[in-house]
Design a protein around this ligand. Structure first.
Ligand code: CP
Length: 308
C-alpha cells in the first residue's frame, strides 16, 4: 500500500513510473468517447472516497471520472456533511472509512489533517490539495510539459506571483525530477524556506529574482496561480493585488522567456489579474492540457497507490 501525500515523499523512480503510466493510459484512450471504460479495469470492485473540505471543479470531476473509467466506484463526500466536520476525530474517521472503502482522496485545509488521515487509515490516502501543497496538480503539469517539450530534467521553470501551495509542489518536483526553479514575486510571498532548502539539497537550482523580466530570461516554462488562494483571508485581497500586480504574466513577460517557452496555470484563473487572456489563450498556453492531464496523472497515481 502506498500513500501519495507529497511529491518529495515519493521516490523519483516511482514518480517516473506514474508519469509514464499516465502517458501510456492517455494514449490508450485516444479518440475514445469520454464516457467509455478503459480496456483495462484495474479498479473493478474498488470503492474510492473523495472528501472535499474546500471547493473544487477539476479535482472532483477528474478523480470521479478517472475511477469510473478504470472500473471503480466513487462516493464524493463534503467535509461539512460528515461527522469529521462536527467533532469526530480524523483518526476515528480514517479507521472507519478503512472498513468501507479501498482508497481515500482528501482535499483539506491544514496538512496535519492529511497526515493524520494517512497515519490511521489502513488504506491508501491521496493528497487532493492542502493549504501547503498540491502534488496531483504538479504531476499533471510534469506530464503536460513532457508531452509538449520532452524531458523536464534540466529545464528552467519560472514561478511568477505568490509562493503558494502549488509553487511548493513545483519545488518538491524540482528536486525529484531534476529541473530548476526561479521564483519571482514580492518578498512577503516567497515560498517556504524549507521547500527551497529541500529542492537545493536534492541538487535543484532555486533562485529568487524580484525583477520578473530578469527572472523570465531563458525560461522554458512560466507558471502562475491566483493571487488570493482558497486559504487566504479575503480581507488581504487588495494588499495582495497591489503587491502582485508587477508579476502578472502578460505577453511582454512571455517574450522575455525562450521562444518555445510554455505557459501554465492550474486553474481556476482570474483573467487579467495573475495572467492576461492574451497569454492564457495564446499559442504558448497549455492550461487546458494541464486540466485534462489531472485525469490521466491521477489514474496512474491511484493505480500506484493500490498496486493494481
Ligand atoms: N487546479 C485545481 O485543483 O482545480 P480545482 O480547485 O477546481 O480542483
Amino acid at each position: 500500500m502506498n500513500h501519495f501525500l507529497d511529491i518529495h515523499k515519493t521516490d523519483p523512480a516511482n514518480l517516473r513510473r506514474i508519469i509514464d503510466q499516465a502517458a501510456t493510459m492517455k494514449t490508450a484512450r485516444a479518440g475514445r468517447p469520454r464516457g467509455t471504460p478503459d480496456d483495462e479495469q484495474p479498479l473493478a470492485g474498488h470503492m474510492v472516497a473523495l472528501i472535499f473540505e474546500k471547493p473544487s471543479t477539476r479535482t472532483r470531476v477528474s478523480f470521479d471520472v478517472g475511477v469510473r473509467q478504470m472500473g471503480g466506484q466513487t462516493m464524493v463526500l463534503s467535509g461539512n456533511d460528515m461527522q469529521l466536520g462536527h467533532g469526530e476525530t480524523i483518526a476515528d474517521t480514517a479507521r472507519v472509512l478503512s472498513r468501507y472503502v479501498d482508497l481515500i482522496m482528501i482535499r483539506t485545509f491544514d496538512e496535519s489533517v492529511l497526515i493524520e488521515m494517512a497515519e490511521y487509515a489502513s488504506i491508501p490516502v491521496i493528497n487532493g490539495l492542502t493549504d501547503r501543497t498540491h502534488p496531483c496538480q504538479i504531476m499533471a503539469d510534469i506530464l503536460t510539459y513532457e508531452e509538449h517539450r520532452g524531458p523536464i530534467a534540466g529545464k528552467k521553470v519560472v514561478w511568477s506571483g505568490d509562493g503558494n501551495n502549488v509553487c511548493a509542489s513545483f519545488l518538491h518536483a524540482a528536486g525529484q525530477f531534476g529541473f530548476d526553479v526561479t521564483f519571482t514575486g514580492p518578498g512577503q510571498l516567497d515560498p517556504e524556506q524549507e521547500w527551497i532548502d529541500l529542492a537545493r539539497s536534492k541538487g535543484a537550482t532555486v533562485q529568487i529574482e524580484r525583477d520578473p523580466h530578469k527572472a523570465a530570461d531563458g525560461a522554458d516554462l512560466i507558471v502562475t496561480d491566483t493571487w488570493v488562494s482558497m486559504h487566504d483571508a479575503q480581507s488581504a485581497r487588495e494588499r495582495r493585488h497591489n503587491m502582485l500586480r508587477p508579476y502578472q504574466v502578460d505577453s511582454a513577460l512571455m517574450a522575455a522567456a525562450k521562444p518555445d517557452a510554455l505557459f501554465m496555470h492550474c486553474l481556476p484563473a482570474h483573467r487579467e489579474e495573475e495572467a492576461t487572456s492574451e497569454v492564457m489563450d495564446g499559442p504558448q498556453s497549455v492550461i487546458f492540457d494541464e486540466a485534462e492531464n489531472r485525469l490521466h496523472a491521477q489514474k496512474a497515481i491511484m493505480r500506484w497507490c493500490l498496486g493494481v
